[in-house]
Design a protein. Structure first.
Length: 425
């Protein structure tokens, strides 16, 4: 039933629906010679002409119903965007406290990606046709305003948020997620094992790239919902928190924007921001609507329009905690053993040949490498080829059915590092 105060549809029992009809004047008494009462006729009209296949949220769509896959659904979306101030000013005009935060906590010029990402999110919601966008990861030390920007700026702008962790960890009830425009992951929900990280990666990747998702409320039937909301993560730059970010590879790189932030040593006291949502965020929205991102931030040929960007600091954090980095530490020991045995040329061979060479030269080969298959080793080597320019390269097999990939490995930078500096005169 439509709540007149909130303008939202709410679930109601048949008994209470009948009560509403009677209050509105539909009598249950039959007239002389009639086979049905006005109440019966009203119920039959609702059944025949106002039947819907189900109830789903269609975020920011103004219609009470919508068509999907040939069926009519009741739109139960509740999110409403915050209205902008009437006039857009210059940067920081009428929102000086919020502008000071952006100016002091984002490394380099990374804030331009945040503004462009949020502008697309807000303006497409305002148009009633929410467009897809990347997951946003804000990464940095404690007290760098990550959670503040999520909870005090993005959430009120877009009209709500939900905690993504329960769904990422396997909950079958997804209604709270898809009822919200913003799915939030924070530091306390780190993925400490490879299996957990794989679940987070798959969940975030699916939310960003898929248009259709399973929507299920407790005691409700499973339906398909169209959702183009956003995933946003506020993460400390420690080993546990950073692993919430999905694996960065060719299939995931374009689905994430990851920005590094820094502490603001002389930041104002927290109470300074008590009224920032009401006093400054509308003015920031007005500025954002007038803001034109520079060409190097946009790619109009891409489905997300705003360019995906993983800043170097975040890439380094992720690499330091990756299995590829573990492999590199073994390869460095192996390379030094090769050089000591007289082999200074590049290694060129398959994964199986590399495993054999490492096992031969390193009697105490780490356990994780002894149990590694050639396929897994190849995956790690390809990761290293994207990180160590020129040190690890891949030679693809000529056809899909003949031969194996070969890898060229040359870690001669280690030899150079071992050369002592010349003695000063």
């Amino acid at each position: 039933m439509l709540n007149a105060a909130t303008k939202n549809w709410e679930r109601e029992t048949l008994t209470m629906m009948g009560c509403t009809l009677r209050v509105r004047g539909f009598s249950t008494s039959k007239g002389k010679g009639d086979t049905s009462s006005p109440f019966d006729l009203a119920m039959e009209t609702i059944r025949r002409f106002r039947r819907v296949h189900g109830a789903l949220p269609r975020l920011y769509n103004a219609g009470h119903t919508f068509e999907q896959d040939g069926e009519t659904y009741l739109n139960i979306a509740k999110a409403r965007i915050m209205a902008p101030a009437p006039v857009a000013g210059a940067w920081g005009e009428n929102f000086p406290k919020l502008a000071a935060i952006f100016d002091n906590v984002f490394e380099k010029n990374y804030a331009v990606y945040f503004h462009a990402w949020l502008k697309r999110f807000y303006e497409s919601a305002e148009s009633g046709q929410l467009l897809p966008g990347q997951a946003m990861a804000l990464v940095g030390p404690v007290q760098c305003y990550k959670s503040f920007l999520i909870q005090k700026v993005v959430r009120p702008m877009m009209g709500g948020s939900c905690d993504l962790s329960s769904v990422a960890q396997g909950s079958q009830f997804t209604d709270s997620l898809f009822d919200s425009p913003l799915a939030v992951l924070d530091d306390s929900r780190g993925s400490s094992t490879p299996a957990e990280r794989a679940r987070y990666t798959a969940t975030i990747k699916g939310l960003v790239s898929k248009g259709s998702h399973d929507y299920q409320a407790k005691f409700g039937k499973k339906l398909k919902v169209q959702w183009n909301g956003r995933v946003i993560m506020g993460l400390n730059n420690d080993p546990t928190s950073i692993l919430v970010i999905p694996d960065l590879n060719q299939s995931n790189d374009d689905k994430v924007i990851a920005l590094h932030m820094k502490q603001w040593p002389d930041h104002p006291a927290p109470e300074v921001y008590n009224s920032i949502e009401e006093e400054e965020v509308p003015h920031y929205i007005a500025w954002l609507k007038a803001y034109q991102p520079s060409a190097d931030v946009l790619d109009t040929s891409d489905r997300y329009v705003v360019k995906s960007f993983i800043c170097p600091e975040v890439r380094q954090y992720l690499f330091e905690e990756s299995a590829a980095n573990d492999l590199l530490s073994v390869l460095e020991v192996w390379w030094k053993a090769r050089v000591s045995s007289g082999h200074t040329e590049s290694f060129v061979g398959t994964c199986a040949e590399l495993l054999g060479d490492i096992t031969e030269l390193l009697p105490n080969t780490p356990a994780f490498l002894r149990g590694m298959t050639p396929r897994t080793l190849g995956y790690r080597l390809r990761e290293l080829s994207n990180t160590l320019e020129g040190a690890v390269t891949v030679t693809r097999k000529k056809t899909a059915h003949k031969g194996s990939n070969k890898y060229r490995i040359n870690l001669s930078y280690l030899d150079e590092a071992d050369v002592p500096d010349e003695a000063e005169d």
